[in-house]
Write a protein that binds this ligand. Structure first.
Ligand SMILES: [Zn+2]
Length: 67
């Protein structure tokens, strides 16, 4: 029986990416979907809240809008 390490690189593994908060400009980290359906790739995988100002980036926002 294989032991799952939990850190295997899969093409559907979300990537942690540093972006700037669109509200206050502070750096924040969001999980971005990699691979999978084309309409999901490059988008946030969950609602992400800015630690600095509390702004919420909704799930499914394209990261290209946030860089
Ligand atoms: Zn902010």
């Amino acid at each position: 029986m294989a032991i799952l390490s939990g850190c295997q690189e899969g093409k559907h593994t979300p990537k942690l990416e540093e972006i700037r908060c669109p509200h206050c400009g502070e750096d924040m980290e969001v999980f971005i979907a990699m691979g999978g359906a084309a309409d999901k790739t490059g988008r946030t995988t969950a609602d992400e809240t800015c630690d600095a100002c509390g702004y919420v980036i909704p799930e499914g926002t394209p990261v290209t809008d946030l860089r």
